[in-house]
Each structure stands twice: as C-alpha cells, then as structure tokens.
Write a protein that binds this ligand. Structure first.
Ligand code: ADP
Ligand code: MG
Length: 263
C-alpha cells in the first residue's frame, strides 16, 4: 500500500498565553476526504489550535503544513487562498441580503473583486451561487432574506459560503452550537456528504458526543493543551485516558447513534 502525504501535517504545535500552555506540542495528520473531530473539555486548546491553522494566531513552536507548504508565519488571507476555509456566522449586516446574495458576495470576494461593485452586479455569479446552494439543500430558499430563515437553514447557508472558496480543508469550530439535536445531525450529515462529494477534509469541534461518534472518521482528544488520544471513534470511546478526562463532566459516551438513528 502506498502512503500518500496527508493534506495537513501538524507537528509539535504549541502556543502559550502568559504562563499557560494553551496548546502544548501536539502532532496530528489529516487526509483529504477525512472528517476529523477535535474534542476535549472547555479550555483544552481546541480553538487555539484552529486559530493557529487559519493564521489568526501565530504558533510559538512547531509546524503546520498544507500539501507540504508551511502555514506558520503566513497571514490569514494567504492561508485562506491556499485552501483553508472556515465557517463564519452570517453577520447581522448581511442578514437583510437574500440567501443567494450572501453566497454571491462570498464568490465575488474569492475573486478579489471590489465590494463596491456588488450593487451594480446583482446577477454576478448567481448561477454559481445557486449551484452551491443546491449542494446544501437551500436552492429553493435562494431569494428569501437570511433574516427570516430557521437557525438550521442559516447554518446551511454559512456552509455554502465557506464552500465558495473551494477549500481543501474546512475548519468548523463548534458548528452545531445552539442547534437542536435533529438540526445538528442534519448539518453533520450534510458536511459528511460534502466531504465525500468534494474530497474535502474537515476538522471540527463538537460537544455532542452522539454527533461525533456518528459522523467523525477519526478523532483527536485534547486535555490541557496536550493530545491525549487519537483514533477511530470506537477506539476513543474505550480509551482509559479519555474516560478519565470526561468522567464527571456529564459528557459521557453512553449512547452510540448510527446516522440512521440520528436522522
Ligand atoms: P477550547 O476551545 O478547547 O475551549 P481554548 O483554545 O479557547 O480552549 O483555550 C485554551 C486555553 O488558553 C484556556 O486556558 C484559555 O483560557 C486560554 N486562552 C485562549 N485564548 C486566550 C487568549 N487570547 N489570551 C489568554 N488566554 C487564552
Ligand atoms: Mg473553543
């Protein structure tokens, strides 16, 4: 079996805030077409890890390579152009725009066209935007303002916006926060489908263990900045260190849902 170079290679990555080692020398890989969950209690270093990968934070130590290119030291915009996308919440100022207009904005921004050109280019990229909305099941609602959408539907539009850049790697920090269980499962099922259809890699954090176990191909577990376990969901569930970290937090691994049960 030939061993392909992973899309993302993180090695000995670290970041301190004052005396606190928020991320303490972690290493992991992520392959194209893989849905990798990053879990751990609050304060474990998940968001800090995300923000080093997308360039919002500069690592103190270690390396982050995308297709062999070093990302540490690059600006967020350059990292984004290399193919690292992330989901953003639709800002309030954009919620008065329609669903399709929001996606058109993202496509225009990808092409480095000026925001000021937007007004006289209402049809610009509309077909491309509709194709993206079709992929997230939102084409029928394309001409509604985002402000009237159900919460789960807003999340789908946010996913379409993140796709506008055709990312090789998509970062999703707590994508299902605030969602009801059914909406969570539906968003993750959609994400999984995009991973399969596009061969995209996804790194995501998630509090619902049911969701993680149902959808993640692989998991890595952080606690106090250290990577304490990695493996397939079933291996992680039975991992003594992981059970120790989660013991007493209420976030137990008792129930396993299959995607069919979860839907
Ligand atoms: P998680 O996302 O897993 O909840 P974070 O990465 O947000 O964890 O935080 C990891 C640790 O780093 C925590 O102790 C947190 O208080 C600290 N931390 C995170 N961001 C900052 C910051 N900008 N300044 C100071 N400390 C921070
Ligand atoms: Mg966080």
């Amino acid at each position: 079996m030939s061993i392909a170079t992973p899309l993302l290679q993180v090695s000995n990555l670290g970041k301190s805030f004052g005396g606190v080692k928020a991320v303490d020398g972690i290493s992991f890989d992520l392959a194209a077409g893989e849905l990798l969950a990053l879990i751990g209690p609050n304060g474990a270093g998940k968001s800090t890890t995300f923000n080093m990968v997308n360039g919002q934070l500069k690592a103190d130590q270690g390396s982050i390579r995308l297709d062999g290119t070093e990302l540490v030291g690059k600006r967020p915009r350059d990292i984004w152009r290399l193919g690292v996308g992330r989901t953003f919440q639709i800002a309030e100022t954009f919620s008065s725009l329609t669903v399709v207009e929001n996606v058109q904005m993202a496509l225009i921004s990808h092409d480095r066209q000026l925001f000021s050109m937007w007004k006289r280019a209402a049809d610009h990229k509309r077909d491309e935007a509709l194709a993206l909305l079709d992929q997230v099941g939102m084409k029928a609602q394309a001409d509604r303002p985002c402000s009237v959408l159900a919460y789960g539907d807003v999340k789908r539009v946010e996913l379409a916006i993140a796709m506008a850049n055709s990312p090789k790697l998509l970062l999703m920090d707590e994508p299902t926060a605030g969602m009801a269980p059914k909406e969570r499962n539906s968003l993750m099922a959609l994400t999984k489908q995009l991973v399969i259809d596009r061969g995209m890699a996804v790194l995501f954090t998630e509090h619902s263990m049911d969701v993680v176990f149902a959808y993640a191909d692989r998991m890595i577990v952080l606690a106090r900045g250290r990577l304490i376990a990695q493996g397939k969901p079933l291996e992680i569930r039975d991992h003594p260190k992981v059970q120790e970290v989660y013991f007493g937090t209420g976030k137990t691994f008792e129930k396993k849902m299959t995607p069919a049960e979860a839907a």
